[in-house]
Each structure stands twice: as C-alpha cells, then as structure tokens.
Ligand binder design. Structure first.
Ligand code: UD1
Ligand code: CA
Length: 454
C-alpha cells in the first residue's frame, strides 16, 4: 500500500498573537515545521505535501535552504484559510492517483512521534479501513473535538468543542487531528464537505460522519499520552512543548552516556551531539549544530553555538560561537570565542579572553584580559595579561601573526598588520607597530627592537 502524506501548516495561529507564522516559532531552537518534516522523513511517505498559507513566503524562505531535508516534498498554498477540510483539498492535485492512502497531520504538533504515525499506518494497512485515526483519552479537553461513539462503541462522528452539546462536552475521548484515509474515498468525499453553519469553515472532521453513515470501516488508535498530542495554539503550549522536548533530548543523552548534573537547567538543542562521559553542568546552553567530544566538562553557565569541541575539554562559564576546538583545551571562566576561531590542542584561554576569526596553535596560553582578532598564533605562544591585537584601523581589519614560542609581554598592543617572529619577546606595555624578527626583543611605545636575543 503506497502512502502519501499531507501536513497542514496554513493556519494563522491567531492565539499566538504573533507576526511570525505559528509553524516558524521555535521549539528548543528549531522551528516547529522542521520537526514535522523530520518526522515525515522518518516515516517516508511519498510524496509529502506541506500545505502553507498564512505567512507562506516566510515559511517558504525558511525551508528553501533545507529542501534536501526530505525528498519529494511539495509545498502547496492554501490562499484562504477556509478550514482543515479545505486545506487537505489543496493537496489533491499533487496527490490524486499517486497513493493508496493519505496520512494527514499538523505541523503544530512537534511532539508527535514518528513511531506513533508508523503505528497508525500499520494499523491502516492491516485493517484496510476507510479512515484510521488517532484519538486521545484525557481529562483536559484542550479545546479538541470530541469523538462520538455509538452503543456498540463504533466511532460515528467528531464534534468540535464549539458545536458540542453539554453531553458531548463531557466526552473524554478527543480527536488529535491525525488520520490515515483511503485515498480514493478521501478525494471523492472532500468535495462534498459543506461549510460549517457557524463559521463557514470546511471541517475535515465531518468526513468521519460521512464514513460512518455509509457504514465504512473507521478505526481508532487510542492514546493516553497527552504530551505527545499537544497542539501548539498559544505561547503557553509553546512553553509546555519546549519543556517536554527538552526532557526528551536530555533523557536520550543521559541514556547515551552523558552526565547532566541538573537536566532541568541543561538547554540542549536537538541537533547537538555529545560524547560519552562528558559532564554537562547546570545552566549550560548547547545550540545549533554543536558537537562536543567525550570526557569533557561543560559549564556551569556556558553557551556554545554551532561549534565543535574535542575530547577532554573544560569550558567554564564562557560563550563560544562558530568555533572549532581540539582536544584537552581549557576555556574560561568568562572567555568569549567568536566566529572563525580555531583552537589547537592543549590551549588555555583564561578569564576575559576574547578570540575572533583566529587560529591558536597547540599549547598556547592566553591567560587573562586579551583580545585576539584576525590573528594566527603559533604553538606554545604566551600572551601576557591585557594584550590585544589592534586589528581595526577604522576602515579595515588587519591580521596579526605570532610565531611559535613567542612571549608577548603583559599589555602589549599589537598594531596590525604586524608579524612577531618565532621565539621573539615583547616588553610589558609595548606598542608594536612594526614587525619583530624571530629571536628578538621589542620594547617601548612604539616599540623598538633593541637587541637580538641569543
Ligand atoms: C482541529 C480539529 C479538532 C482537533 C484539533 C486537534 C477540525 C475541524 N478540528 O481543530 O477536531 O481536535 O484540530 O488539534 O479539523 N489549518 C490549515 N488551514 C486551515 C485551517 C487549519 O492549514 O484553513 C491547519 C492549521 O495550521 C493547524 C491545523 O490545520 O496546523 C489545525 O487547525 P486548527 O485551526 O488549529 O484546528 P482546531 O480548531 O484546533
Ligand atoms: Ca489547533
């Protein structure tokens, strides 16, 4: 049985009270719609149609650089948001005749698991029902539609909360909005939906009643996992989803051999990788495509974004962005590594060191209060406290090059472009605006080379 899928993402999400389309709101750093697309990739329906509408251009732009995410993804625009039935109808041209069944779900359910959708699909395959749907038993209705069953416990319809009678409101079985339809039946009956009398919307849920009245087979898979079925309608839901997703990520990491001292304050995004026996201290934020090696100690109070960190590193109370750090490096407390920083093994960067767009050679020490920008430092350089590269002349950035085993005295101003040769030394407080040859000592303001070191 060939299965296509339709993910609905066109609604405005009025209750978010936001200018950002709802499905672009991030959950643990990643737009909700990407969770849906990743799930789609795992369940491998073909083709997959994402129905966009509200903020369509913005959604398209966000997805444009990620098109490789799933093969055969098609974006279809629903120009007017006339309801979930109308939204699915927009996918007909793309899908009719291409699959035996159509899985429908929403892009605002980031916690929905691929395994659950797989289960739904397997059940649909096995029973060959006209509709197989996911329902939820819960005390809090979350304003979901109610599942109406007859005396024989057969599903006979769904009523929306706003259309429900008091007796129906008491029903605890809810509609999750996730269904697998027989494709031919779906396309035939979608066009027969009538607009709801109250608000003019075409309800996808009316199809359940159609099928029941025609005595078609309707199957329900009943869940009790309220968390998984959470649909994001408000920022309160968004915060709930954030918390649950974070717990999932953290649990998976702990089971994979990472110690989280306090999971409640470990903020780790879904695409982050961490090696075994690494310890994540409280209030640590690991974002984007960050990769941390094994046996590291990260935090407390550390933020690392889109960076790679080798094995056995210690990064304490520091901010690291778009940097590459080799093994056995010690950073912080209070260091800042900015984009383009490449650090070799066994480097030490102490308090109030800032490094940007620079490479730092093996074993080099930058102990205290330094700015190293647009520089290339060799191995085993010592940067004295307060040393900075004066890399910007007001118009352009210039490079500083420091050879291996150089010793830069405290408070040296390195006025770039400038090169300090290997094993050269600068005096404390010197302002170096001319190149210093290897094996030389430079002192004063501006620094003059006074003698060749033996
Ligand atoms: C819908 C169901 C309800 C179910 C609930 C579960 C209907 C009529 N009701 O209600 O039974 O309990 O989901 O969350 O289906 N969308 C579009 N185009 C539209 C309207 C909606 O793409 O014209 C998308 C939205 O972006 C959203 C999804 O469909 O992702 C659900 O829409 P929403 O308005 O939130 O439906 P509910 O009223 O919550
Ligand atoms: Ca909803």
């Amino acid at each position: 049985m060939k299965i296509a899928s339709v993910i609905l993402a066109a609604g405005q999400g009025v209750r978010m009270k936001s200018r950002l389309p709802k499905v672009l709101h991030p959950v643990v750093g990643k737009p909700m719609v990407l969770y849906a697309l990743e799930t789609a990739r795992v369940i491998a329906c073909d083709p997959t149609v994402l129905v966009i509408g509200h903020g369509a251009d913005h959604v398209r732009a966000t997805l444009s650089n990620l098109h490789s995410l799933i093969s055969n993804l098609q974006l279809v625009e629903q120009r007017e948001q006339l309801g979930t039935g109308h939204a699915v109808l927009q996918a007909r041209a793309a899908l009719q005749g291409k699959a035996d069944a159509v899985l429908v779900w929403y892009a605002d359910m980031p916690l929905l698991r691929a395994e659950t959708l797989d289960r739904l699909i397997q059940h649909h395959r096995a029973t060959r029902a006209t509709i197989t749907m996911l329902t939820l038993i819960a005390d809090d209705s979350m304003a979901f539609g109610r599942i109406v069953r007859d005396n024989a416990q057969r599903v006979i319809g769904i009523v929306e909360e706003r259309d429900a009678t008091p007796e129906q409101l008491a029903i605890r079985e809810l509609n999750c909005g996730v269904y697998c339809f027989d494709a031919e039946w779906l396309w035939e009956h979608l066009t027969q939906l009538q607009p709801n009398a109250r608000n003019g919307e075409y309800y996808l849920t009316d199809l359940i009643g159609f099928a029941a009245r025609a005595s078609r087979r309707i199957e329900a898979i009943v869940s009790r996992d309220v968390n998984e079925m959470l649909g994001i309608n408000t920022r309160v839901h968004l915060a709930q989803a954030e918390k649950i997703m974070r717990e999932r990520i953290n649990t998976a990491l702990m089971l994979a051999g990472v110690t989280l001292i306090d999971p409640a304050t470990a903020y780790i995004e879904p695409d982050v990788q961490i090696g075994e026996d690494t310890i994540i201290e409280p209030n640590t934020h690991l974002r984007g495509k960050t990769r941390i090696g094994a046996n590291c100690r990260i935090g407390p109070n550390t933020i690392i974004r889109d960076s790679q960190v080798g094995d056995e590193c210690v990064i304490l109370a520091s901010d690291v962005t778009e940097s590459r750090i080799a093994e056995r490096v010690r950073i912080g407390p209070y260091a800042r590594l900015r984009a383009g920083t490449v650090i070799a093994r066994e480097v030490y960067i102490g308090n109030f060191g800032e490094v940007k767009n620079s490479s730092i050679g093996e074993g080099t020490h930058i102990g205290h209060f330094s700015y190293i920008g647009d520089a290339e430092l060799g191995a085993h350089v010592n940067i004295g406290a307060g040393t900075i590269t004066c890399n910007f002349d007001g118009r352009q950035k210039h490079r500083t090059i420091i050879g291996e085993n150089a010793f830069i005295g405290s408070d040296t101003m390195l006025v770039a472009p400038v090169t300090i040769g290997a094993r050269a030394r600068t005096g404390a407080g010197s302002v170096v605006n001319k190149d210093v040859p290897p094996d030389s000592r430079a002192v004063c303001v501006p620094a003059r080379v006074i003698r060749k070191l033996t």
